[in-house]
Write a protein that binds this ligand. Structure first.
Ligand SMILES: C[S@@+](CC[C@H](N)C(=O)[O-])C[C@H]1O[C@@H](n2cnc3c(N)ncnc32)[C@H](O)[C@@H]1O
Ligand SMILES: [Zn+2]
Length: 397
């Protein structure tokens, strides 16, 4: 939970007021403090901790002692004393035992471009080399997790990237986390990481949902294909056999019908005649194929609707429904394939192949492409009819 209080941000602490007096007793307090640190007035910020000589990057600057306070205990302190404890856990604060205990460690002011930061719950280290005379500062976002109202301080750090107003919500700022997350109080690091993980999980949720949907569809497709190949593999065989029969039939029909079609006088010249034959042939091929294929499938599955030598009308009607659905499922692809077939036959004929062979090869090519998907279509049509029956929309009383 966020602290409703303002550790480090009591207005009376500003500009060397009451704290200045307390500062009279400053020393190390309960803390261990780097020997090259001293307390001095910090313009605009009351008192501050300063380096008396150069300090190298990574040097340990303060190890805090003091007293662990709960929320209520903290609130019971005088407003002046409430400004010193900093947060070490949710609802727990570490601060001086009393006014006499305020040391150089308590004088660390905030800067939006700090040169020091936490390396543990009670350790402050130099984040870069600190020059002699430079003030040692930390970013209060690293140890204050109040909410907007609980902690608010007008910043006088003077840094180029100064945030202006420092609040208890600053630890959430991405720019602050990018620069200083490793120097946050450990509990606040945990909190920031949990928050980031939550944000990531929230972002990934739609993606995960999409992934699950895609996986479910893929699994269904694999199941459907394997079931179709297992249960209705015969459709591919019937398709191939029907294709051969239909090819031959189409060739013979067209051989016989072509002169009559051309005699009708619809086409003028060789080009139009080829185009006309190329347009009629796939239609004849389609009709002969459908007749051969559905005839073959009905024959193959005759046991579904013939019992003891008699046709069961209801079961036969069901088979016709399967044929209807299968045909409907084919139509979109057929509408694409037929013109291609026509064009192929036309160009084969133009290329000099005899009409018979032009038709034969074009049909064979299309039939091979067709055969592999027949089990899927047929199986799908059967499943669809069964589903409609189960749903009751197709069942007659
Ligand atoms: C933990 S004390 C730091 C030492 C304090 N300056 C003193 O004199 O005791 C925190 C208080 O210092 C003051 N302070 C720290 N950093 C500041 C900043 N960047 N701008 C303005 N005031 C600041 C605020 O009054 C804040 O409540
Ligand atoms: Zn600032």
């Amino acid at each position: 939970m966020n602290s409703p209080l303002h550790p480090l941000a009591i207005p009376t602490l500003a500009a060397g007021s009451a704290v200045g007096q307390v500062g009279a007793s400053s020393g190390h307090g309960s803390n261990w403090v780097h020997p090259l640190l001293e307390e001095r007035a910090a313009p605009g910020c009351g008192r501050g901790a300063f380096a008396t000589s150069g300090i190298e990057r990574g040097a340990l600057l303060v190890v805090y002692g003091g007293r662990i306070l709960g929320q209520e205990e903290l609130e019971s302190l005088s407003p002046e004393m409430q400004g010193y404890p900093y947060q070490v856990e949710e609802g727990l604060f570490l601060g001086p035992r009393d006014e006499l205990d305020i040391g150089i460690g308590e004088r660390l002011n905030h800067s939006c471009e700090p040169n020091a930061g936490f390396s543990g719950p009670i350790h402050v280290i130099a984040l870069r080399a600190i020059q002699a005379g430079e003030q040692v500062t930390i970013d209060y976002a690293t140890c204050v997790a109040g909410d907007l109202d609980a902690f608010r301080m007008e910043c006088a750090c003077g840094a180029e990237s100064c945030r202006g107003t420092i609040t208890g919500e600053d630890w959430r700022l991405p720019a602050v986390q990018r620069r200083l997350l490793g120097n946050f109080q450990p509990f606040l690091q945990r909190k920031a990481r949990e928050q980031a993980a939550l944000r990531r999980a929230r972002c990934l949720r739609p993606l995960a949902r999409l992934g699950r949907a895609v996986a479910a569809i893929a699994a269904w497709a694999v199941r459907f294909v394997s079931q179709s190949c297992r249960e209705d593999w015969g459709a591919a065989v019937v398709s191939c056999m029907a294709a051969m029969a239909s090819n031959l039939a189409t060739c013979f029909i067209m051989e016989a019908a072509a002169p009559r079609i051309l005699n009708l006088g619809v086409a003028q010249g060789a080009g139009q005649e080829i185009a006309l034959i190329a347009a009629v042939t796939p239609l004849v091929g389609y009709a002969t194929y459908l007749a051969a294929y559905y005839g073959g499938m009905v024959w193959r599955e005759r046991r579904d609707f013939i019992r003891l030598g008699a046709v069961i009308p209801r079961a036969f009607r069901r088979k016709l429904k399967v044929i209807g659905c299968d045909l409907l499922a084919h139509l979109p692809s057929d509408l694409i394939v037929l013109p291609i077939l026509g064009a192929a036959q036309g160009s084969l004929a133009v290329a000099g192949a005899s009409q018979f062979w032009a038709i034969f090869w074009a049909q064979l090519l299309a039939d091979c492409a067709y055969a592999w998907k027949e089990p899927l279509f047929w199986h799908g049509a059967k499943r669809f009819v069964a589903w409609r029956e189960r749903a009751g929309s197709n069942v007659r009383p």
